[in-house]
Design a protein around this ligand. Structure first.
Ligand SMILES: [Fe+2]
Ligand SMILES: [Fe+2]
Length: 472
């Protein structure tokens, strides 16, 4: 039995017996999933200094404490309601937002919630071996912080499924624990969430680029006419910010260390001989995770996206910043691939909503890359990192029909095969990374040779704080 108090919440769980019973039924399966598919080797004997969401009060929504991971208090929080909130875009603009799911949009909304929900446990599964190769206790703690919050995001989506989608919703909640990342028979829904994350460069790139796709989707869902969905996702964004911080600063610290090693090596760039991660390898991982995350935004031309917008299910990021919220006439200009040829063209803006969201995403990623390049600049190194062209290495959308180099130039299949190892991580790169990450660093204040320490610790604690401690 669980009691409502064990699940921190602001949804009045103790007075909603039906929901409480449904979650009581689901919770033991969740915990079993966490033990089986969550961080391997860190379930019973380790205490982790994590933050736990305990309210939605912006001045103090979380507290920090040591917990054993399976005892983390996964809670359910909705951002505070906005008084008299109105639908902000599409065909129902100006009407009151929905507190229940309208029958005609039930399937579409369920699909959106399930797709979002599926990514949350998937990333925990992908990352479950990383603790064995961590570069420091600080990083280990950050990994687990991200993991428990992805778990909480699953709770958030399961709350919506149980509360608003009846029987179907309960079935979907079960299936969220049954699919598994990379599983041949029951894979996770989206491709990027079936890729293994076997080393820490993957992890930092994932939290930089793929968690940022999470931000894209959450921004868009937080505009939704379904008010509980909007409020749930708005609060999830608070936690998501930390995940991207982990990714961006993780790469920044690797760059910092790489620059130090390059200087020591006399700018010969053979950083690998000194146990560091060379810039070309970092660039390849940017190419990989950026392109995978672009795919997550869907097809450039999409009637689904148009209907999500028309029906008010999904808006644009920061919808209020746009002038035209109906978008019934507007056209959108983009690069199109027609009969194997690239050309500029126009499509109705509503069918381009995936691309509009992707534009926001690319801009947000670019800001991060610009900040990384300042580190290189500060060290007097002339190399620069860059985002590949958005046509590069695509598996979804019209550009997946052809190959392109990172500058957007079309390539023949043969040329692609010959050159792809220059642009994407190859087995030798991965072997090298595993070789320098073979030994985990569990000593407080110590860092692996390939990464610099952070500028500060967590929540006022020093960098050499024992962020993960072993229970004797
Ligand atoms: Fe998440
Ligand atoms: Fe996340």
């Amino acid at each position: 039995m669980i009691s409502a108090e064990r699940i921190p919440n602001n949804v009045g769980l103790s007075s909603n017996k039906r929901l409480q019973r449904a979650l009581e039924h689901w919770q033991p399966k969740y915990i079993q999933w966490w033990r089986d598919m969550g961080p391997q080797g860190f379930q019973d004997y380790h205490q982790v200094y994590v933050r736990t969401a305990v309210s939605v009060d912006p001045s103090g929504w979380a507290h920090f404490e040591y917990v054993k991971l399976p005892e983390y208090r996964w809670g359910i929080f909705l951002a505070d309601p906005v008084h008299d909130r109105r639908i902000g875009f599409g065909d129902f603009m100006g009407q009151s937002v929905w507190q229940e799911v309208p029958g005609e949009f039930r399937n579409q909304l369920r699909r959106l919630v399930v797709t979002q929900g599926d990514t949350e446990p998937a990333s925990v599964e992908q990352q479950r071996w990383l603790g064995q190769r961590c570069p420091s206790l600080y990083d280990l703690r950050n990994l687990f912080q991200v993991n428990v919050e992805e778990g909480r995001h699953l709770w958030a989506m399961v709350y919506l499924l149980h509360s608003y989608f009846g029987r179907d919703g309960r079935d979907e909640a079960e299936e969220l624990l049954e699919r598994q990342s990379g599983n041949r028979d029951k894979p996770r829904i989206l491709d990027a969430f079936n890729e293994p994350i076997e080393n820490w460069l993957d992890f930092f790139m994932f939290t930089m680029f793929t968690d940022r796709d999470g931000k894209s989707q959450l921004l868009s869902l937080s505009e939704s006419s379904l008010d509980p969905l909007s409020r749930t996702t708005r609060f999830m964004l608070t936690e998501e910010a930390h995940h991207m911080f982990v990714g961006e600063t993780g790469i920044a610290r690797i760059l910092e260390r790489t620059c130090q090693l390059m200087k020591q090596a006399g700018f010969s760039e053979d950083v690998r001989k000194m146990g560091g991660i060379d810039l070309p390898t970092i660039q390849k991982f940017i190419n990989l995770w950026f392109s995978l995350s672009l795919d997550l935004h869907g097809n450039e031309v999409s009637t689904n996206a148009a209907s999500y917008f028309a029906n008010g299910l999904k808006g644009r990021a920061y919808e209020e910043r746009w002038d035209d919220h109906s978008v019934s006439e507007a056209m959108y200009e983009l690069e199109l691939l027609k009969d194997g040829r690239l050309q500029r063209g126009h499509i109705p803006m509503r069918t381009a909503m995936n691309e509009v969201l992707r534009d926001w995403y690319v801009g947000d990623c670019q800001n991060g890359v610009t900040r990384w390049n300042r580190i290189l600049e500060r060290h007097g190194i002339s190399d620069r990192l860059r985002l590949p062209d958005r046509k590069f290495n695509r598996g979804i959308g019209m550009f997946s029909a052809m190959h392109f180099d990172p500058f957007g130039q079309p390539l023949s299949d043969a040329e692609w095969e010959r050159r792809k190892d220059e642009w994407l991580p190859n087995p030798r790169d991965r072997e090298y990374l595993l070789s320098i990450q073979a030994e985990p660093v569990y000593e407080p204040g110590k860092f692996a040779n390939y990464i610099a320490p952070p500028q500060r610790g967590i929540k006022g604690a020093p960098v050499n704080f024992e962020y993960v401690r072993t229970e004797l």
